[in-house]
Design a protein around this ligand. Structure first.
Ligand code: UD1
Length: 386
């Protein structure tokens, strides 16, 4: 069987790593059909800190083919990816294309695969925020409408698909593949010194940690955050208000560590608030972190503030109280109401403040969702071979 799997952007890499390792394990066992696997990187993310470091840390082999698409508008990214991926499919003629997650690469390669009459499998199918202003929601809807095999991370996602009329025989509940990576890499992350992580990632212009901050980070008295969604960083009023809250209230309580996504940095510079953020002593701006570094900070943080989907899931498994800086989530199993660790706080300061006060250092007992057990990739390979 010949499979082409596709990655494009940072959140894809921790989802594809376990899949490739499970294929290698299957081929190594040498009973049954072997899988001929080709990894395609669309090149949507290209900076070393957004791409290469994840390949190295998660032991992902170099992509067999890099489409070199780079940044651009959504139409440019999707269109250019389709043009380049069509040529790959015509040359390689795989039995299956496997896509993960919900980025532009996912959507572009799904459409191309179906137009080339290649079977399509979607890992992380069925997530729905029902928020059509999110580009990811459009990518998810298109991909799931086209997929022949829909591999879901939880029961709520399977139910979403059934409600949309997807035939039951196309849906397989396999669990969350990101948690395979978390479980495989947990001990490596645990061994890292959080102070070393922070001090090595400081941005130019950020002073090294003070002795007091150094003590706090080693004693796990700190907050961590990530934020990059257009809904939070693209509007000056919204971004400025959040930044003021972070500086005046969270950083007033404890050091707040923020590895800054290139998009968020660019927007803060455009709005003229970047220098003010750099000057706040207890708000520590950092370069994007590696997978293990961010996982280590998440393990120690008293609270996580984030608009990332993956971090909501990791907080759920680690039990880190998480304020999700969005009004909706496609991952409701991560919410407190479902036994998870997150609360939705949107981007209005009063709502963030109230939840922050309630949750900071809360004793967070989250329950691990069904099949988030570190063995999802093996189940996926079994399903594809069936
Ligand atoms: C993309 C995904 C989003 C995911 C996020 C994780 C889509 C629609 N969005 O958003 O779901 O949560 O990745 O990071 O696919 N840039 C760099 N270096 C890079 C890549 C990007 O500097 O290696 C900058 C460029 O200025 C670029 C901007 O970041 O224009 C945005 O990158 P893009 O890939 O368009 O979207 P993300 O915001 O990263």
């Amino acid at each position: 069987m010949k499979i082409i799997s596709v990655v494009g952007a940072r959140p894809n890499f921790m989802k594809i790593a376990p899949f490739i390792h499970a294929i290698n394990a299957h081929n190594g066992a040498a009973d049954g059909e072997t899988i001929d696997h080709i990894l395609v990187h669309t090149g949507q993310h290209y900076d070393d800190c957004m791409s290469r470091s994840f390949f190295e840390d998660l032991n992902i082999p170099d992509a067999d083919i890099n489409l070199g698409i780079g940044s651009g508008s959504h139409a440019e990214q999707v269109g250019n990816t389709m043009i380049a991926f069509e040529k790959v499919l015509q040359q390689e003629r795989p039995d299956w294309v496997v896509v993960v997650g919900d980025v532009n690469a996912t959507c572009a390669c799904s459409i191309t695969a179906k137009k080339e009459h290649v079977k399509l499998a979607h890992i992380e199918a069925g997530l729905r925020s029902r928020d059509m202003t999110m580009p990811e929601e459009i990518n998810r809807l298109v991909t799931d409408r086209l997929a022949d095999l829909l591999l879901t991370p939880d029961r709520l996602s399977s139910e979403n698909l059934l409600q949309e009329g997807v035939p039951e025989e196309k849906i397989r509940l396999v669990g969350n593949i990101m948690i395979d990576t978390l479980e495989a890499q947990r001990s490596r992350a645990e061994a890292l010194d959080p102070y070393e992580i922070v001090s090595q990632a400081l941005l130019p212009g950020q002073a090294d940690l003070s002795p007091e901050q150094k003590r706090s980070v080693r004693e796990n008295r700190f907050a961590a955050m990530t934020m990059h969604r257009p809904s939070n960083v693209d509007e000056q009023k919204v971004l400025t208000a959040i930044l003021d809250f972070l500086m005046d209230e969270v950083a007033a309580d404890m050091p707040l560590f923020w590895p800054v996504h290139p998009r968020a940095q660019k927007q803060m510079q455009t709005f003229g608030i970047w220098k003010r953020a750099l000057a706040c002593e207890n708000l520590v701006l950092m370069n994007p972190l590696s997978y293990h570094e961010l996982l280590r900070l998440n393990m120690g943080a008293q609270i996580m503030l984030t608009d990332s989907g993956g971090l909501q899931e990791e907080c759920c498994v680690l039990g880190t109280p998480c304020l999700t800086l969005r009004w909706n989530t496609e991952r409701p199993v991560t919410l407190r109401d479902h036994g998870g660790a997150s609360v939705l706080v949107g981007n209005k300061i009063e709502s963030i403040r109230n939840a922050y006060r309630d949750n900071v250092a809360a004793d967070c007992r989250s329950t691990r969702p069904e099949l988030w057990d570190g063995h999802t990739a093996e189940r996926i390979v079994t399903e594809l071979l069936k």
